[in-house]
Write a protein that binds this ligand. Structure first.
Ligand code: IPD
Ligand code: CA
Length: 273
């Protein structure tokens, strides 16, 4: 039994993500770096913070007592069994550079399970939504991921961490992956990547080092469109590694990545790391 109706949680997530998307889009031109996090290239803009503040305020006004986990503001405990997982701007570097691949992501977890998710990609005018067992949609149109293709025909999305050591190993993994696939895309937003799989704009995705707010809403959207979204060896998606593809292709990609230790920062010292 869930703590709240997923359809109502989705309505709230969608309304708030749309409003947050409008605010972020208005502030994109001329935005500047406010702070840095793990490395000098892991940036926070003033809009990351103010958009997350708006989202928290709207969610808690509508549902006092819920818990919230947000990329910028951390964890706020609650008492209702519902937790919101929020990324105010997923793709902050794209946002900073005036590019359009960034998203507002809001997921609702009930009793520890994500039951509703909304991802808004404001510059493209796209709104992705899903409820657990209720399907995934983009602007009201039901989403179905493309059928499996052989790995060598797959367009594969990935991303890179912010530390040099992690990137050196990610480059080693990529050296093996690239000759085995159709091509690679690095769009710069995990949420956009997962929504791309859900609508057939790419076939597969893998990335090390993501957090729950990056995949919270988009993983549900991808799953509801028929995509497997997991860690290695049947684990749920986790910061070590997230792998996503439709069944058939998923197993091929998993078999390629697991022996490469794509879920680690590598054991060998890479030049320049
Ligand atoms: C980042 C994006 C990017 C991924 C990074 C994430 P942020 O989120 O999702 O695509 O490669 O690992 O940290 O920092 O822009 O919210
Ligand atoms: Ca993010």
């Amino acid at each position: 039994m869930h703590a709240a109706d997923p359809a109502r949680l989705l309505d709230l997530a969608t309304d708030v993500a749309r409003e947050a998307g409008r605010l972020a889009a208005e502030g994109q031109a001329g935005v500047d770096v406010l702070d840095t996090k793990s490395t000098p290239t892991d940036v926070v803009t003033e809009m990351d913070r103010s958009v997350e503040e708006l989202i928290r305020k709207r969610l808690l006004n509508a549902r006092p007592g819920d818990s919230v986990l947000g990329e910028e503001g951390g964890s706020e405990p609650g008492s209702t069994g519902v937790r919101w997982i929020v990324d105010p701007i997923d793709g902050t570097v794209n946002y900073l550079y005036g590019r359009d691949e960034w998203a507002v992501s809001i997921a609702a977890e009930s009793m520890g399970e994500v039951v509703a998710g909304a991802v808004v990609v404001p510059v493209r005018g796209e709104v992705y939504t899903a409820t657990l067992g209720g399907g995934a949609y983009c602007d009201g149109r039901r989403l179905r991921a493309d059928d499996a293709v052989p790995l060598e025909m797959a367009l594969v999305c990935t991303g890179f961490g912010y530390s040099a050591e992690r990137r050196a190993h990610q480059a080693e993994v990529l050296r093996t992956v690239l000759p085995r696939v159709r091509d690679i895309r690095r769009c710069g937003s995990a949420a956009v990547d997962l929504c791309s799989l859900a609508r057939g704009r790419a076939n597969a995705y893998y990335e090390r080092g993501l957090n729950a707010w990056d995949w919270g809403a988009a993983a549900l959207i991808a799953r509801e469109a028929g995509v497997r979204v997991e860690g290695l060896h049947g684990a749920p998606p986790n910061p070590e590694l997230l792998v996503a593809a439709v069944p058939g292709l998923f197993e091929e990609l998993h078999a390629l990545l697991a022996p490469l230790s794509a879920d680690t920062d590598g054991t060998v010292a890479h030049q320049g790391a």
